[in-house]
Design a protein. Structure first.
Length: 64
């Protein structure tokens, strides 16, 4: 039988500077996928990750 959904879920992190910055190296928006524990982290996740479009480390926020 299949297990229940559990506390972990897959989320998408999106670059915050790609939408507003016109001086990017290339067109597009950087996205990463990761998992988070729904019980321990109830708010939106924010991590500094490398954006290949901005060519630097930027803040990536969780999307809907």
């Amino acid at each position: 039988m299949a297990k229940s959904k559990g506390a972990r879920l897959i989320i998408t992190l999106e670059c915050t500077e790609c939408r507003t910055n016109p001086n990017k190296r290339a067109a597009g928006v950087s996205r990463y996928t990761t998992t988070k524990n729904r019980r321990n982290t109830t708010g939106r996740l924010e991590l500094k990750k490398y954006c290949p479009y901005c060519n630097k480390h930027t803040l990536h926020r969780e999307t809907k």
